[in-house]
Each structure stands twice: as structure tokens, then as C-alpha cells.
Design a protein around this ligand. Sequence first.
Ligand SMILES: N[C@@H](CCC(=O)N[C@@H](CSC=O)C(=O)NCC(=O)O)C(=O)O
Length: 282
Amino acid sequence: MTQANLKLVSSVRCFEGEQRRYEHVSETLNCTMQFSVYLPPQALRKDRVAAVLWLSGLTCTDENFSSKAGAQRVAAQLGLALIIPDTSPRGEEVADDDAYDFGKGAGFYVNATEEPWARHYQMYDYITKELLDVVTDALPLNGRMSISGHSMGGHGALVMALREDARFASVSAFAPIAHPSECPWGHKAFGGYLGSDRELWREYDAVELIRSGKKCPPLLVDQGGADNFLAEQLNFSTLQDTVEKYHLVAQLRLQEGYDHSYYFIASFIEDHLNFHKTYLKG
Ligand SMILES: N[C@@H](CCC(=O)N[C@@H](CSC=O)C(=O)NCC(=O)O)C(=O)O
């Protein structure tokens, strides 16, 4: 992948840095993709900077986080780039479903094995291989990276941090789908994209990956106590128990009164970026 395939779609000044949107043809997903990037002022001065990769949740594009979380002020102060992919393959030719929690906008960060999904829904490889190569090649990054995400994206962040060895210096999540093999969203997505082989599901399930002995970088999780998905979908208490049993370096915080929305993310994103900056130094 080269910069020749990368088109700058928009760029606006933000906290002395730039909020950008790019488009490229993805070989992994067999479609044209857009992604967003925030470059802090340090990067515009040609310093190479560390980055936080952000994975969004169900129904999101690459623009929900950049327009709603209010992360740019702190990213500018800390000198961190933000890399914000889309949540699924896109385009007319891409298979879809009418539901909000399957198909476009709901790629679940897996490599689909089932038809009609397998041709385009290869989000795990797209992000961990292709997109990271593209941004490393095109942007002033220093190679140090952490990962974070929300809900479906929190699941993706945990799974990538657990599977990609030392690629990420730290990992954080807001209300992650922590144990997708055991919740309705996960049953539907994994059954559809991966089929009935539950061994394969385990490769995309944070709780199962921790139980299998995978190493985890330092971890911060925030979970809203008034989140309407908490009881049925997120398995926060299973994650708490697993993290404790396997002695991970982790803070899991229940934030009373907060729901599942971007108001919750906006309330704690500063903590998360400060947390990542600690591990991205040096
Ligand atoms: N039925 C709802 C559910 C969609 C929703 O809440 N999406 C969240 C992520 S949920 C888990 O991945 C989200 O981030 N939405 C985008 C936003 O900007 O708030 C619905 O369709 O509204």
C-alpha cells in the first residue's frame, strides 16, 4: 500500500492541529474506505508523534468519535495523533442487513468466514495490517501506539490488544462488549460472520483470550452504571472477575449515572488519553 492510493478528503484546523478525513481503496476489504485522523500541532511542526487508535461502536462511521467525543483538545495538549477507522466495509456492492447490529456499521472487527460476508467483512486484518501500514507510511507517526474504543469498538480494542502481542502500549475501553460469545449482539454477529464454530468465536472474545493466557498491555475500562445495555450485552462483571483472576494490570471503573452514549465518552476521554500518554512516552 502506498500513499498514491490515499486521497485527502477534508482537513480543518482544530486546537492548532488538523482534523482530517482520508479515502483509500482497501485491498483487504475490496472496497473504498474512509477514515479520520487528528494530527496534533506537534505533528504539523514535523515532529513524529505517538497515536491512539480508536474503534467506534455499532451504527458509527469514522465521524462519530471525531465530532462527539471532544478528544482533540487533550490530544493536542499531549501531542497524540488519533486514528479513527470506519466500523465496516462500505459501498453498494457490500452485503448488508436491515438491522442496526449486523452488516454495514457493525463489522465487529472480525475476519468473516461465512457467505455472503467473507468477501468484504475482513475488519480485523484491515485495521491491524492494512490501515496501520497506510497511516504509518503517510503520517508523521513515531510507531508507538495505544488502542481504545467504545462498545463494539471496545470489544475490538480489547481483542486487538490481546492478540497483537506488544503492538499496543496500552488499551482502554468504554462499555466494551467484553464477552461477545455470551451475549445477544455477539451471538448474532459471530454466528453470522463466523458460523457455528465456537472455537473461532474464542479468537474474538476478550474474556476467552484472557482465559487462554494471552498477555494484555495495561488496561483501563470505564462502564456507565446507567447504561441500558449493561445487563444484557456487556458482561462487565465477567470481565472484572477475569481480570482479577488472571492478575492483569487493570483499572475497571463503574461510573454511576452514566449511560452508553457519547456524553459518557466525552466525560472520561481525557482520563483515557492521559492514561495512554503514560505508556506512550519514551
Ligand atoms: N439501537 C440503537 C443502538 C445504536 C448505538 O447505541 N450505538 C452506539 C454504539 S453501541 C455498541 O456498539 C453508538 O456509538 N452510536 C453512535 C452515536 O453517535 O451515538 C440505535 O440504533 O440508535
